[in-house]
Design a binder for this molecule. Sequence first.
Ligand code: FRU
Length: 509
Amino acid sequence: MKVKLHYQKYFFFIMMFVSTETLCQTTPKNKDEVYRPQIHFSPETNWVNDPNGMVYHKGVYHLFYQHHPYSSVWGPMHWGHATSRDLISWKHQPIAIYPDSTGTIFSGSAVVDKTNTTGFGKKGQAPLVAIYTSHNYKGEKEGRSDFQNQSIAYSNDEGKTWIKYSGNPVLKNPGITDFRDPKVMWYEPKKKWVMTLATKDRITFYSSPDLKKWSKESEFGKEVGAHGGVWECPDLFTLDDNGKKVWVLIVSINPGGPNKGSATQYFIGDFNGKTFTPSHTDTRWIDYGPDNYAGITWSNTGNRKIFLGWMSNWLYAQVVPTETWRNAMTIPRELKIKHVGKDIFIASLPVSELSRLQSQPVSISNLKINNRIDIAGKTGKVTLPCRINLSIDTIKDFSLIVSNDEGEELIIGFDKQHNQYFINRTKSGKIDFQKEFAARHTAPRFTNNNKMNISLIIDVSSVELFADDGLSVMTEVFFPNKLYNQVHIQSSESILIKKLEYISLKSNR
Ligand code: FRU
């Protein structure tokens, strides 16, 4: 299935290769800047997919990413690079890792090799080491099954320049067509590196003393979780659960997501340095919306776990209506464990650093909705990007409608009968670039609490919904013909909003 997808990706790449010249001449520069996210990371130009190599080092968050520097569709992957001191304002950096004779540079991770296990460090300084998949397109075309192998590169200048290890690849493919996206962590009890690798329909764990020699430890997941597509971009880490450590395994899957196409599932359980044992058998998603894929966490951030996803879906990522640049990342989110009855879940909330872009909240208490209320009438104005926080004391149907005066709208709401949050983008503007884009998507509500809180981050072409302290999350992109400039709240029942906060967000560009 994935092999087919890669041909599809390459088809776009070849088409673009043929037409790039024409496109550059005929496309007015910045024509689609209207959709340029104002508070989310997007590449300066051209294509982006998965976040890669996310590592915190010497006060700087590094974000590498799957990047095609010469086209706005997927093609020969490079690692693009950006840095930030606050996870919110990003500085574009030169391309970090270029394709070579072992292949193009697919997804992977980066670590700080604190004790210099690799010997790559110089003058007592810990090197940064990137572990990624070398994807050999020629091998794939020839019908071989071993065209994806794991390689490493290191940097002794804080990620500015990278030297590829001469012994690459460090982990050779045993004959599995989908053998990629290594996420590496240091496992302190056994003083070894652990690699979590996506291997088609399961995860394979490997370990190493020095990031160069790898031994297989175990496999996980063939019989568990969602299997509607190929497994990709895993992550393994711990979260604090009231002073106890629980292990979390994240696995992206494409297709087969809860709202079609790409999505990211997670498992909570235990890991003993060799095997992962889940504590539940049901399938859970980190985000139920269609536009959060291939997300992983930053390494070297101590107990704080910060997650970032690619804000798109392979169903339409290559045809969304922007051409000079294409796609963006979600808002970085902090992951926490949350208990609901006997169950434990992962909750995600926007990182607190987002407050740096927030202006003084306009706050309204005890807002009664009988039919439909124009938020601007209460707050003075509504402009994007913004954050809207709602706390409601009764659980009833309601919708929040973000719209323009062309009659285009995005509806975000709660459906009490089905106990679901939803986002409906069927009338959101440009929708016909792909047949599955215009849809109503849903996310279950997990808590029985009779109070509800919702936080919405609305950028010019995306919305992120965090409900019930981040237990139900949805991310969606949209492309109105004219930017949205109105927000209404609507309910067929009478509903009392305990508190509504409208917070305008400053652009970070
Ligand atoms: C996920 C993915 C990864 C792969 C990369 C290629 O979106 O397919 O599995 O490494 O994209 O760009």
